[in-house]
Design a protein around this ligand. Structure first.
Ligand SMILES: *[C@@H]1O[C@H](CO)[C@@H](O)[C@H](O)[C@H]1NC(C)=O
Ligand SMILES: *[C@@H]1O[C@H](CO)[C@@H](O)[C@H](O)[C@H]1NC(C)=O
Ligand SMILES: *[C@@H]1O[C@H](CO)[C@@H](O)[C@H](O)[C@H]1NC(C)=O
Ligand SMILES: *[C@@H]1O[C@H](CO)[C@@H](O)[C@H](O)[C@H]1NC(C)=O
Ligand SMILES: *[C@@H]1O[C@H](CO)[C@@H](O)[C@H](O)[C@H]1NC(C)=O
Length: 251
């Protein structure tokens, strides 16, 4: 894992800082804010992970500002879909966690917006595929030919409409696959979940990079919903007192 320093900033400075580098994060009360309507509850950036599966917890209600699907057709704000990949330029691997269509045995997951109906937080549980079994990582001395374990991004791709405008944004959350993952016959094969690696330039070209990180405490961005949406709006400014808890993590 790369060395990191943790520094606290006041809200305004933080929102600026978050936009200047992809490797800085806007975190408040353990929630990680994204350029989109999804807010990440877990995992935290840089966390070493292992076990049977990875659980990515996403608030898809923008902390209560947006209703859950099915949305009114004319709703000016909605999440069209969330795709998640686990990828690494270090290992050269790019796995599908979810692309909206479940594959056999949920090796890659279906539309996460419709799981746990009624819950504003979707707990995306994805079984580690077979090539990630083991302990340690390349960074901890294992050779390139020995393992695909190491640093990865949980790459969260949101397709959404905000106030009548459609966007596609990419939010890369670094984790490290370094804790022990036990072998099991139930693990899908890595090859069945693999996608080609694209260059950063190719990826940037597909994404809407004009969307800033939004909705953090101190940011008063609001969301228009349809009248029957009953979105309860939690005022950003009321949260300014929490700014002391806001931190920027510089990897
Ligand atoms: C994670 O994504 C960032 C861009 O968002 C990229 O700079 C970095 O190289 C990626 N990390 C890995 C391990 O691929
Ligand atoms: C796949 O996941 C969905 C949603 O959680 C669940 O309803 C379904 O039963 C799962 N299918 C399999 C084969 O595990
Ligand atoms: C979704 O991901 C699975 C597993 O990588 C793949 O087999 C399938 O073709 C993908 N579907 C789409 C629509 O991209
Ligand atoms: C991983 O594959 C998906 C699906 O093809 C693609 O959208 C994404 O940009 C790829 N990620 C990287 C880092 O190449
Ligand atoms: C969305 O619309 C509301 C109400 O008109 C407005 O206050 C807010 O600033 C808009 N948000 C964005 C991101 O444009």
């Amino acid at each position: 894992m790369a060395p990191k320093s943790l520094a606290a900033y006041a809200g305004a400075a933080l929102l600026l800082a978050a936009q200047t580098s992809a490797l800085e994060f806007t975190i408040a009360n353990g929630q990680i804010y994204t350029p989109g309507l999804v807010i990440v509850d877990a995992p935290q950036p840089g966390t070493p992970l292992g076990g049977d599966l990875i659980e990515v917890a996403l608030d898809v209600s923008t902390n209560g500002r947006l209703q859950l699907p099915p949305y009114a057709e004319d709703s000016p704000s909605m999440i069209h879909g969330v795709a998640i990949f686990l990828s690494s330029y270090v290992t050269g691997r790019n796995f599908t966690i979810t692309n909206g269509t479940a594959s056999a045995n949920n090796a890659s997951l279906g539309d996460i917006m419709f799981q746990e109906p009624g819950s504003t937080v979707k707990h995306v549980k994805w079984t580690w595929p077979d090539c990630l079994v083991g302990d340690g990582s390349r960074q901890q001395g294992l050779g390139e030919s020995e393992t695909d374990r190491g640093v990865y991004n949980v790459s969260i791709r949101q397709s959404f409409r905000l106030n009548g405008t459609d966007h596609y944004t990419i939010f890369d959350l670094p984790i490290s696959v370094t804790n022990s993952i036990p072998a099991s016959e139930n693990r899908p094969s890595c090859d069945s979940l693999s996608n080609p690696m694209l260059t950063p330039e190719e990826i940037l070209a597909s994404a809407d990079t004009s969307v800033p990180v939004m909705f953090a405490p101190g940011d008063a961005t609001s969301v228009q919903t349809s009248p029957n949406g009953a979105a309860s709006w939690r005022g950003g400014m009321g949260w300014v007192g929490l700014a002391g808890l806001v931190a920027v993590l510089v990897m």
